[in-house]
Design a protein around this ligand. Sequence first.
Ligand code: APR
Ligand code: ZN
Length: 244
Amino acid sequence: MFSQKLLIRLKNAFNVTVLTGAGISADSGIPTFRGPDGLWKDQEVEKLATLEALENEPEVFWEFYNWRRQLLKDIKPNFAHFSLVDIENYFEDFTLITQNVDNLHAIAGNKNLVELHGNITRNRCTSCDHIVPMEQMAEQAIPYCDKCGAIMKPDVVLFGEPLNPKLLRQAQTASAECEVFFSIGTSSVVEPAASLPYIAKANGAYIVEINPESTPLTENADEVINIPAAKALTALVLILDRIR
Ligand code: APR
Ligand code: ZN
């Protein structure tokens, strides 16, 4: 499944960076965004994940996000998430960058985690940035801030919003510094995350893509493992156990 070249790289690597997308949570039962069963197959849905929708149609916006939170209830990390916790322990310097907002990497227990697109289990005030975790949220169709009264948004990056510059910098630095870069379960089309493997490659890293389907990254990767993430990463842990 893995090439000899990759195993030699991993045997000696100090610094490894992983980027994940919706595909890693597919085995937990969360629909991906793109693809035949994707959440975004209805174009209208993509318009909902925007600041304009929050401003102009807050009921519809919040109905959509409450539904997405509902989808996450009782959902647990799968073997792919848990394998990444094990993999983190094999390397001195390991960064997990995720585009997912589902909180599953944090629940699984990765320590050096960069949630590039935020986390849907929190609300953030659109005016004063006050944060409310899910456990403390009141039952409201539209949540308003206890501190200042402004409307709250889920603490995720909406379409058209900039990413948190500090998190983006952290992700770019981890990509530039790693010796092996894994891109796992992402369609590699949404910027700036889609550029991270190219930053890694330009700085000499070996690029591995894990995805059953091909993406724009596929032909630029050094190695492609085209099977589901849970299967590939479970196998990788067994190998690391042997070589590290
Ligand atoms: N293992 C690995 N990859 C998988 C699996 C699996 N079991 N199942 C599906 N995939 C792959 C699909 O082939 C696809 O390439 O996961 C990818 C999911 O792609 P998207 O749905 O586009 O998700 P992602 O790349 O994370 O989207 C990026 O777009 O809508 C925004 O902000 C949202 O963070 C999201 C961003
Ligand atoms: Zn506020």
